[in-house]
Ligand binder design. Sequence first.
Ligand code: ZN
Length: 102
Amino acid sequence: MSAIVEEIRQAYATVGVVLDQRATYGTYYRLLCGGCGRMVGNVGDRLLPGMAQALVDGQFDLYAAGLLGCPCGHQQKRTQALDATRWRAGRERLGVATGAGR
Ligand SMILES: [Zn+2]
């Protein structure tokens, strides 16, 4: 596994997404949910060092709100565990109810 692929794998692991085997076509890797194994997307390996972490970091709010990732909610739980304050702020920014005050 190349250094950049390892970097992509580690970046997605922080939000509970598993990098699968390289797809048979091209230079894409499937992204699987770390909770249930469902395919949640794919990613190309033509990234520069540092880009993978920035990419995943930029999607934090979307994972927190459940707008990105798996319907089973694994990425929501992972991002909440990662940074609860940012998680709450991200969900509020995207208009997802936090469940508080009901
Ligand atoms: Zn899942």
